[in-house]
Design a protein around this ligand. Structure first.
Ligand SMILES: [Zn+2]
Length: 80
């Protein structure tokens, strides 16, 4: 698995993602292991879809992502 920019908070080395588990359609938990053998820190991080910047043209019922305050409202009005 790839690292998504997180660094070990103890030694600043890039950790390796070793496992992920979906928690919902919008969030997953990822288990990371620091690659520094002198550190050994292992932790779980959460990756969550937080805000909508552009609305999907094939939106799925039940998927409700809050709208960003930076959304392009004129583009949304053209869709409705
Ligand atoms: Zn570390």
């Amino acid at each position: 698995m790839r690292n998504i920019g997180l660094r070990c908070p103890h030694c600043s080395i890039l950790p390796r993602a070793v496992k992920s588990r979906p928690m919902s359609a919008l969030m997953k938990e990822i288990t990371y292991m620091c690659q520094n053998p002198e550190c050994g820190f292992c932790f779980v991080a959460r990756l969550e879809i937080a805000r909508t910047l552009s609305i999907s043209s094939i939106s799925k019922p039940g998927v409700d992502v809050p709208l960003s305050q930076h959304i392009n409202w004129s583009a949304i009005q053209q869709l409705s």
